[in-house]
Design a protein around this ligand. Structure first.
Ligand code: NAG
Ligand code: NAG
Length: 504
């Protein structure tokens, strides 16, 4: 929507000027906005664009975002809009929380459960546990939750921060926060553990509690999937056996999990046998089955076999999905030839499939890998013109990584500069890629850039690894930037000392 109104926000200077002009015009009309209820045509539409609001917030350095709220005084805040803005601000956690907080005092609008969940998720990512629990009790006071989903989010954040033991305690004390445990929250929690490769812990909990919660097919699938994720297919098969002994019937999802597990563990022969058995026994294979096989063989370098399965699936009564096409395009890029991948990309469009950001990113990576940087950049521009499919942070990271690897640091920084405006904020990977690249040329100026990037990522709530800190510090010291190094050292010790805390 935004792109239609303003043109691309990032490309030419002319477009940038047009954007500024539009912004200015809009800012000059707050009165008119504030007196009319939003009217889905004309200028109020622009101000209810999440991207536009996110940009206002990013440029607003007042404490309670007073400028933004004033400029948005005519905006009709809704859960949908606020959630969309928070998504836009995802990679600038402190600003996102400030936005949440400012709107929490709004006279007519009230946050709903999903918005609280977003805020709690962001606080968890910032490892700001105090804010997280404050938000949780506020949510409870307003009878908006917490829900099992809220706890799935919280436990996931604790596990991601390496606090799996704490997450178990949290799960076991959910009921004290007004959210009783049940089978579905048990399943969600086991899934969080399994997906972060803590299947052993999940399995022990499963053994203790599976009768109490009456473990079902989904529970067993989660545990089997956990074993598959760490390539222990024999344990997954054991889980399957136990499931059948308990009188539960494996579902197609169960078989798909095992199939994927065989591929992941490199057991191609077993995978193929399993797949043919599934067909022989009259199992109604679904598109996930076929996508798994196409991807599995392709990644293992058996491109012809992957293609054959892809071509055969329609005859066997199953239409490919966008995910199947993405899998094929990906393996052709990786193990075959990017031109063949482009041919499939074109075929996809001809057959009426709409490529999404993942499809584009896979193609862009393929082009970069083949050294075709210019064509890769062209594809990225095509995405910007495609309303449904703006480049996402993965797209940017691929392009930046390849530019830096090719020694084109300036171009890489240039692409990075286009992200900051709010269309797509950089994430932790983006910073790590760029900071790493600043050491290649061994230039003193580059190290200053690395230092600035490091400070910027801390401002945005990312926690750099110790390795990154040390590397930048050493570099600055070696190039005679003692003052800057000291400043960074202060930031580092502040991060280490204080529990992370966002002032509510
Ligand atoms: C919305 O605004 C446009 C232009 O300002 C006006 O022409 C239209 O009548 C308005 N529609 C409603 C439903 O108020
Ligand atoms: C693209 O589509 C596939 C299949 O539906 C999905 O798995 C993937 O997450 C989508 N990518 C994006 C960026 O939405």
């Amino acid at each position: 929507m935004f792109h239609h109104l303003f043109g691309s926000t990032t490309s030419s200077p002319a477009k940038t000027n047009r954007l500024h002009l539009r912004l200015l015009l809009l800012l000059l009309q707050p009165k008119r906005l504030s007196h009319s209820q939003p009217n889905k045509t004309s200028s109020s539409l622009q101000s209810e664009d999440p991207l536009f609001i996110a940009q206002l917030i990013l440029n607003d350095n007042t404490k309670a975002l007073a400028l933004t709220l004033e400029k948005c005084s005519g905006v009709h805040w809704s859960t949908h809009l606020v959630d969309a803005v928070l998504k836009r601000l995802w990679n600038h956690g402190p600003k996102a929380l400030r936005f949440f907080e400012s709107l929490d005092r709004h006279p007519t609008y009230q946050h709903s459960t999903s918005t609280f969940d977003y805020a709690i998720d962001i606080a968890g990512r910032l490892r700001d546990y105090k804010t997280l629990w404050t938000l949780l009790s506020r949510m409870r006071r307003r009878r908006l939750g917490p829900t099992p989903k809220t706890f799935a989010i919280i436990t996931e954040r604790y596990v991601a921060a390496g606090k799996a033991d704490r997450s178990v305690k949290i799960f076991l004390s959910m009921h004290e926060h007004g959210c009783p445990q049940d089978l579905s929250s048990f399943n969600m929690f086991l899934d969080v553990l399994c997906k972060s490769k803590r299947v052993e812990m999940a399995h022990s909990l499963f053994k203790v509690f599976n009768r109490r919660f009456r473990a079902d097919t989904i529970t067993y699938n989660i545990i089997a999937n956990g074993w598959c994720l760490i390539k222990r297919t024999p344990k997954a098969l054991e889980t399957l056996k136990e499931m059948v002994e308990r009188g539960l019937t494996p579902s197609l999802a169960t078989y798909n999990i095992l199939l994927k597990g065989f591929f992941r563990a490199g057991q191609l022969k077993e995978a193929w046998q399993f797949f043919t058995q599934m067909k022989k026994r009259g199992c109604e294979l679904d598109v996930i089955t076929y996508t798994t096989v196409v991807h599995g063989f392709g990644v293992a370098g058996e491109v012809e076999k992957a293609r054959r399965v892809f071509r055969g699936m329609i005859g066997e009564g199953c239409l490919p999905s966008v995910a199947t096409y993405n899998a094929l395009v990906q393996v052709l890029c990786k193990k075959d030839n990017v031109e063949n991948a482009l041919a499939v990309f074109d075929e996809m469009a001809k057959k009426g499939y709409v490529p999404n950001a993942t499809t584009y990113t896979v193609i862009i990576r393929g082009l970069c890998h083949a050294g075709e940087m210019d064509r890769a950049m062209e594809f990225m521009e095509r995405m910007k013109d495609d309303d449904q499919c703006e480049p996402n942070v993965q797209t940017y990271n691929v392009v930046i990584r390849y530019l830096c690897d090719a020694g084109e640091l300036e171009k890489g920084l240039d692409v990075f500069g286009k992200m900051g405006g709010g269309a797509c904020l950089p994430n932790l990977d983006t910073y790590n890629i760029l900071i790493g690249a600043m050491f290649v040329r061994k230039r003193s100026d580059d190290l200053l850039v690395a230092g600035r990037l490091l400070m910027e990522m801390v401002d945005k709530g990312f926690i750099p690894r110790k390795f990154t800190f040390n590397r930048v510090l050493n570099g600055l010291l070696l190039t005679g930037n003692q003052g800057f190094a000291k400043e960074i050292l202060r930031v580092q010790s502040r991060l280490r000392r204080l529990p992370r805390e966002f002032k509510l």
